[in-house]
Write a protein that binds this ligand. Structure first.
Ligand code: PLP
Length: 489
């Protein structure tokens, strides 16, 4: 493809993308194809000769779009949202255009320096303690996902625990240290609440350590507190095992539970060798609002904090923002410098080489899209965006709560998430709806026509929205959704 041909192809692709976005509300959210549909539409081998772009691009509408679940549709209400915005897309375009896998600063100074700057901006926007910023001993790094962030810090946590223990024991000699390190590693245990995301358990598997899940209770709105953690730690240590990592969550996946950071701060003090990581993949975005920033202040008790801008902060996948209080904890564990990675700038210690803050070597220029998004919205715009969603979530909860004959609210709205089940109580009715099978509520009208009652003072704009949301509640349920819905319409 030549430059002029690229220009023509890209121009028409942009037009098609814009048309796709403007027609999204009219497209069914779910594909109506069967497993293996694509095999029927595409040849079983790659073409021998190259094809024209016009032929290739035609196949997007013909073969790909029919198999897409439209996450960007305003009717998409499953899981947490996945942001996509035009400035985010432009960031992705520029990143692809520049393709500069800047593992070391010297590989492309702008890639590294912009990342450091936007991570500091974000730390400020979220009101994280100063210690998470690059001017001190901390800093931020963009990871591919919250799960990747967990694995990264878990490995750093493991190695920090082991090296402190070796120091304490005064083990000398390379081979002796290696042998003893292996023994210590074999006794390590990572812990997290039973409501923590599955990535914590997966992280422990990858890090090669044990994992213990700590039960939490509905009476505490599923928050992990020191009262559950302390006995778990005592039991493990009594058995000769070594807790080295505690995962805490700001906004769990099931119910958006917020762990009790106040009581957990005591654990941090009592067990300084345990690395505490806060997974704020979704709800961390709400820290843009001053009313939630009391939570940011509580983050001084954690070693690391991660929020996905690609969930709720208008940035296209992938943009998981990991902050650490001591960057040395990452670099001590993850830095290996063979001759081909050495250079005078790295040796000078004056630059950041993000390869030492992550698992892969090469990396994408993800800071660009974050920069574009932060500049396009500004802090006030981000706040309006999050507040709007929270308002919609509350309104959604009000509508669902108004149909006590149909729904039970299991957990009151947290951020923009409301958790409800379908009556009668028990797992089965909700499962019925999730599976798309009908349930008899005694109302002869089709489910989507059973409009929710609207409060009398509702304005016409709200009414329109209410109707829209009402329809969406039913559409979502009808469309076999999960029963944990985000109201990010
Ligand atoms: N942590 C929490 C609380 C989540 O809700 C999710 C996904 O929804 C994740 C982690 C995993 O995110 P990622 O896909 O970025 O690994």
């Amino acid at each position: 493809m030549t430059g002029p041909a690229f220009l023509q192809a890209a121009t028409s692709a942009l037009q098609e993308i814009e048309t796709y976005y403007s027609t999204l509300p009219d497209r069914p959210v779910l594909p109506s194809i069967s497993p293996g549909y694509l095999k029927e539409l595409l040849p079983s081998t790659a073409p021998q000769q190259g094809e024209q772009w016009t032929e290739i691009s035609r196949d997007i509408e013909r073969t790909i779009l029919p198999g897409m679940t439209h996450w960007q549709s305003p009717k998409f209400m499953a899981f947490f949202s996945a942001s996509s915005t035009y400035p985010g897309i432009l960031g992705e375009m520029w990143s692809a255009a520049l393709t500069a896998p800047a593992f070391n600063w010297i590989c492309s100074p702008a890639v590294t320096e912009l990342e450091t700057i936007v991570m500091d901006w974000l730390a400020q926007i979220l009101a994280l303690p100063e210690t998470f910023m690059s001017r001190g001993e901390g800093g931020g790094v963009i990871q591919g996902s919250a799960s990747e962030a967990v694995v990264t810090v878990m490995v750093a946590a493991r190695e920090r625990y082991v090296s402190r223990q070796l120091e304490r024991e005064g083990v000398q000699g390379e081979e002796e240290r290696e042998d003893r390190a292996c023994e210590i590693r074999s006794r390590l245990v990572a812990l997290a609440s039973a409501e923590a995301h599955s990535s914590t358990k997966k992280g422990a598997i990858i890090a090669g350590t044990r994992f213990r899940s700590i039960p939490v209770h509905r009476s505490n709105v599923y928050a992990l507190t020191a009262s559950e953690v302390r006995p778990a730690l005592e039991t493990l240590t009594a058995k000769g095992l070594c807790p080295y990592y505690l995962g805490v969550t700001l906004g769990t996946t099931n119910t958006c539970a917020i762990d009790d950071f106040t009581s957990l701060a005591d654990i941090a003090e009592e067990y300084p060798d345990i690395w505490i990581h806060c997974d704020a993949a979704y709800a961390g975005a709400a820290l843009v609002l001053p009313e939630y920033q009391y939570l940011s202040a509580q983050m001084s008790m954690v070693d690391s904090f991660d929020v996905n801008m690609h969930k709720w902060l208008l940035t296209n996948f992938d943009a998981s923002c990991l902050f650490v209080q001591k960057r040395k904890d990452l670099t001590d564990a993850l830095s290996i410098s063979p001759a081909y990675l050495k250079n005078q700038f790295s040796d000078s210690g004056l630059v950041t080489d993000y390869r030492d803050w992550q698992i892969p070597l090469g990396r994408r220029f993800r800071a660009l899209k974050i920069w574009f998004v932060l500049r396009t919205w500004g802090v006030q715009g981000l706040r309006r965006h999050i507040q709007h969603h929270i308002n919609l979530g509350n309104f959604f909860a009000h509508l669902v709560g108004a149909r006590k004959d149909l729904f039970d609210i299991l957990v009151e709205p947290r951020f923009a998430l409301t958790v409800f089940t379908v009556k009668p109580p028990g797992h089965e009715p909700t499962q019925h709806l999730a599976n798309g099978t009908t349930i008899d509520h005694g109302d002869p009208r089709p489910f989507e026509e059973q409009h929710l009652p609207i409060k009398p003072e509702t304005s016409s704009q709200e009414l329109e929205l209410a109707n829209e949301i009402t329809k969406e509640v039913y559409t979502a349920i009808d469309a076999k959704r999960e029963f944990f819905l985000t109201a990010s319409v």
